[in-house]
Design a protein around this ligand. Structure first.
Ligand code: NAP
Length: 254
């Protein structure tokens, strides 16, 4: 028995990095998937890879800051796969990296739209679908940045991602009685295009890797395993958490 047998899951940011690793892992674990990202070609390639291995995956290209996209993802889960059980709301952006006074109000709003308002929009459509199913699990990808550690140049990123932790706590208490679990996943530095964009020189990479107890950055597959746990019934008594998967960066002092 696999961990997501017959479960229907939405994964956003599924064309790359952590979301792609989660899509491949969730498919191996029996989930039927509705995959989201903006770039249609890269996203379809992931869906095709899953279908070639005998899995079920539909790619829907769109922007997570767009309300209609979330409606379309949930409707696709319902019309093509019969309902929704799980959503891994994972897409995100750092936005421009630099001192706050150099950030325009429009850039700030754009980062909040992609990282935080997207969480509201996702939950708005996903929660009624989970209720109709009698329960389920929502996971939002946050980060240790702005939760347990400051990180220069990432003010909008930190503010928007830590906002997700508040959202998760309220939704967990509101929807727990209905059998819906809601959790935040807080990765540490991970070897993805986003991770490489932030740590974009050998020196920066060495600095970032040196922050955690293992002195290396995570593989996206290691973060996907934690997402699988939170999304699956293995986490049946876990809700309202901000689960750090950061290699101990938050407790490390040497
Ligand atoms: P990644 O490899 O760059 O992948 C980002 C994914 O999100 C891509 O599929 C991208 O596809 C999609 N995406 C970006 N903006 C989008 C938008 N507006 N609408 C829809 N899809 C969008 O990044 P990653 O490292 O896997 O990041 C995944 C999540 O982990 C993010 O929320 C990030 O903040 C978080 N995180 C990452 C790290 C790290 O070190 N990598 C650490 C902590 C937390 P398109 O560009 O085609 O849309």
């Amino acid at each position: 028995m696999t961990r997501l047998t017959d479960k229907v899951a939405i994964i956003t940011g599924a064309s790359s990095g952590i979301g792609r690793a989660a899509a491949l892992l969730f498919a191996c674990q029996g989930a039927k998937l509705v995959l989201s990202a903006r770039g249609a070609e890269r996203l379809e390639a992931v869906a095709q890879e899953i279908r070639q291995e005998g899995g079920a995956a539909i790619a829907i290209a769109g922007d997570v800051s767009d309300e209609a996209h979330h409606r379309a993802l949930v409707e696709t889960a319902q019309t093509r796969f019969g309902g929704l059980d799980v959503a891994f709301n994972n897409a995100g952006t750092t936005g421009p990296v630099g001192p706050l006074p150099e950030l325009s109000a429009a850039e700030w709003q754009a980062v909040l739209g992609i990282n935080l308002t997207s969480g509201f929009l996702a939950a708005k459509y996903q929660l009624p679908a989970l209720e109709a199913r009698g329960g389920g699990s929502l996971v939002f990808t946050s980060t240790f940045v702005g939760y347990t550690a400051g990180f220069p140049g990432l003010a909008a990123y930190a503010a928007s991602k830590s906002g997700l932790v508040g959202l998760v706590q309220v939704l967990a208490s509101e929807y727990g009685p209905k059998g819906i679990r809601v959790n935040a996943l807080l990765p540490g530095a991970t070897d993805t295009p986003m991770g490489r964009h932030v740590a974009n020189t050998p020196e920066a990479l060495q600095f970032v890797a040196g922050l955690n107890a293992f002195k290396r950055i995570a593989a996206p597959e290691e973060i996907a395993e934690a997402a699988l746990f939170l999304c699956s019934d293995a986490a049946s008594f876990t809700t309202g958490t901000a689960m750090l998967v950061d290699g101990g960066v938050s407790i490390n002092r040497v």
